[in-house]
Design a protein around this ligand. Structure first.
Ligand code: C2E
Ligand code: MG
Ligand code: MG
Ligand code: MG
Length: 273
């Protein structure tokens, strides 16, 4: 009967909802322990110059080495941590590990390369965002020009006044800003002219359909526009030689992707250097 159908629909929906709520609760309950017991690890994915193959830097990506569930990837828990506010603790943990790592490299006489840090929605950090980064740079004696802050396009679209203030202050100290996942949201073009960006990371979604001539036209013009605006650019998610070839032809020389390196533990990144 109709009634039965409605009922089963609701119970199905209800189960789904309950599972996702349970997952959220589980993540929220376990993240504090994870931070205390060092279950969170920082991996770095090298960035390369496609013309020379040289490594030019890296991006720090968090990994949760869960005692029962194995390696957990950020897309599962970052949204939950953003909702509950725990993301701030995780980000600061990751940043601290990176500053510490850079300090160790310098002490051992290895020339460090610039590292990008992912930054969550800015209002999460309240007033401390600028202060935390300046403190870390002082404490570990890391010149801010070794640090790039990646903020996603959608997070950049949110708090403009506070954001501009923070970006200005940090850029004055020497930190750089990169717009992550460029092109995956909806307000990217406006932000390019309004925000003081040092770099744009072209979302990997653009590289998916290079067989299609319209897709090629879109990328070609994005690259052209960024070059003319004087904004540095890097393509993310480069997986094939064809994608590399096309990007080089268009004038984009920097990339991050499985074609070159996957994200790796800090010790492995150090060996590469
Ligand atoms: P993102 O910042 O855009 O990072 C790039 C993501 O693309 C990483 O996924 C990386 O492993 C993946 N990737 C790199 N090359 C390729 C490729 O060639 N093919 C494919 N298919 N994927 C590639 P990951 O590590 O799973 O991170 C996902 C997202 O989670 C990140 O996207 C970032 O937004 C967020 N995230 C990661 N670590 C942190 C963190 O410490 N703090 C915050 N706030 N967010 C983080
Ligand atoms: Mg990123
Ligand atoms: Mg990205
Ligand atoms: Mg992305």
């Amino acid at each position: 009967t109709i009634k039965g159908k409605v009922f089963s629909f609701y119970s199905f929906y209800d189960n789904d909802l309950r599972n996702s709520l349970m997952l959220e609760k589980k993540i929220e309950n376990e993240i504090t322990t994870a931070l205390k017991e060092k279950q969170l690890e920082v991996h770095i994915q090298p960035k390369v110059n496609m013309k020379t193959g040289q490594i030019i830097g890296g991006e720090a990506l968090v990994r949760w080495n869960h005692p029962h569930d194995g390696y957990l990837y950020p897309n599962l828990y970052i949204p939950v941590l953003e909702k509950s506010g725990y993301i701030v603790d995780v980000d600061i943990y990751v940043w601290t590990e990176v500053f510490q790592f850079l300090q160790k490299l310098i002490e051992r006489g290895v020339t460090p390369l610039p590292i990008s840090l992912n930054v969550s929605r800015l209002h999460e950090y309240q007033k401390d965002f600028v202060e935390v980064l300046c403190c870390l740079s002082r404490e570990y004696k890391i010149p801010p020009n070794l640090i790039t802050l990646e903020i996603t396009e959608s997070a950049l679209a949110e708090d403009s006044t506070f954001l501009f203030q923070c970006m200005g202050k940090l850029q004055e100290k020497g930190f750089s800003f990169s717009m992550d996942d460029f092109g995956s949201g909806y307000s990217s073009m406006n932000m390019l002219k309004d925000e003081p960006l040092d770099e744009v990371k072209i979302d990997r979604l653009f590289l998916r359909n290079l067989g299609n001539s319209k897709s090629r036209t879109v990328i070609r013009h994005i690259i052209f526009m960024l070059a003319e605006l004087g904004i540095d650019m890097i393509a993310e998610g480069v997986e094939t030689k064809e994608q590399e070839q096309f990007l080089l032809e268009c004038g984009c020389y920097k990339a991050q992707g499985y074609l070159y390196y996957k994200p790796m533990p800090l010790v492995d990144f150090e060996k590469l250097l």
